[in-house]
Design a protein around this ligand. Structure first.
Ligand SMILES: Cc1ncc(COP(=O)(O)O)c(C=O)c1O
Length: 367
């Protein structure tokens, strides 16, 4: 059977956008988790210098980029990662989508990707793109229920994805328990930690705190530094796997452009701009969580990330999204985009300026 790519999730929101844009003042789009706040000036100035534009950049990352990434891990988590044990990726979506295929080349006897039943769709897409099986793992209170994994699926698994804080729900996972399950069952754990700078109930966490063997931590500059347009991130962890991936990815020609690496290194060397961003997201989450009470929407503060994971009694996610578009001009993502078991939820990304969220709140109040 030939492969037909499904509709891109956000293309399914056109109807909601049309409804929301009938408001004077327009739609307030909180559907896609794309940063809207400015990246640091000094990073953009460095980009403009064009360092490394002439030559092909190292696929695994320049020494400056890898030192900066390792330095950030050290400051943030108190861990020492040798710069040789981490490598660049061209934004983490690319890495998430391609990992399973590369792992399968290495272990052709395995054919399964395990991923959280409610999650970022690219974990499952990575399996599909490589012609592999994608098997969802149930969540209990937002955490992977590893005890529910069928041993026959574990035997066939190339990787289990974890994501903490989680997109879309904001829950934090028990990364120690997940790492232990992976080692016990001989399954690589890939821990997508792109929201780790944004935790609201406890400090930032990485799976690397529980050892490197059999795990990869995947980090993105997109959310941390409002640099989604850079397409840069890195992965670190199990020495053998990192070595293998560095090599196969070099053969595939995957390279973060040199000027981006130079500028991203400066971003990783600085923490102050992240402190500012964290407080922006926290105050927007608190503001909107409160404002949604006007419509009796349950929008609890998340444990991390910058999404409200909301529900309203009697409505499914598409119905709630339609109601929000009608009453406030908010465009939000129905939970179904993240998994069948999330049908009754919507995800609201607080990626609009404060005044736009205030406008949404005023509309909700008036509705
Ligand atoms: C859970 C998760 N992982 C990975 C990504 C990809 O981020 P990027 O490709 O910008 O590094 C996203 C983007 O929204 C995400 O939500």
């Amino acid at each position: 059977m030939s492969f037909q790519p499904p509709a891109y999730p956000y293309e399914r929101l056109d109807g909601l956008k049309a409804t929301a844009s009938t408001f004077e003042g327009g739609a307030i789009d909180c559907s896609i988790g794309t940063p809207i706040d400015p990246p640091p000036d000094f990073v953009i100035e460095e980009l403009a210098r064009g360092v490394g534009a002439r030559e092909y950049p190292p696929s695994a990352g320049t020494a400056d980029f890898r030192d900066a990434a390792a330095g950030w891990i050290n400051r943030r988590f108190g861990l020492t990662v040798a710069p040789g044990d981490l490598a660049a990726c061209v934004g983490t979506k690319e890495f998430v989508a391609s990992l399973a295929g590369y792992l399968h080349l290495r272990s052709p006897e395995r054919d399964t990707v395990l991923y959280p039943a409610v999650s970022y769709p690219t974990y499952a897409m990575g399996a599909t793109l490589a012609g592999l099986r994608a098997v969802p793992v149930a969540l209990v209170n937002g955490q992977l229920d590893v005890s529910s994994i069928d041993p026959r699926d574990a035997e066939r698994a190339l990787v289990l994805w974890a994501n903490s804080p989680a997109n879309p729900s904001g829950f934090l996972d028990d990364l120690e328990g997940v790492a232990l399950w992976g080692r016990t069952n001989d399954v690589l754990i890939a821990s997508d930690e792109c929201y780790c700078e944004f935790t609201w109930t406890s400090p930032a966490r990485t799976i690397l705190e529980h050892g490197d063997d059999g795990v990869l931590a995947v980090h993105s500059i997109s959310k941390r530094s409002n640099l989604a347009g850079f397409r840069a991130g890195f992965y670190a962890g199990d020495r053998e796997i990192v070595k293998y991936l560095r090599s196969v990815r070099q053969h595939a020609g995957l390279m973060v452009p040199g000027p981006i690496q130079a500028a991203a290194a400066l971003a990783y060397n600085d923490d102050e701009h992240v402190v500012v961003q964290r407080s922006r997201y926290l105050s927007r989450l608190e503001f909107l969580s409160h404002a949604l009470k006007a419509l009796e929407v349950d929008a609890p503060m998340p444990e991390g990330a910058f999404y409200l994971w909301c529900s309203k009694e009697g409505l499914d996610g598409w119905e709630l999204a339609a109601l929000l578009a009608e009453r406030s001009g908010l465009v939000v993502s129905p939970g179904e985009l993240y998994g069948d078991s999330a049908r009754d939820y919507v995800r609201i990304a607080v990626v609009q300026p404060d005044e736009r969220l205030e406008l949404a709140a005023a509309r909700l109040e008036a509705s």
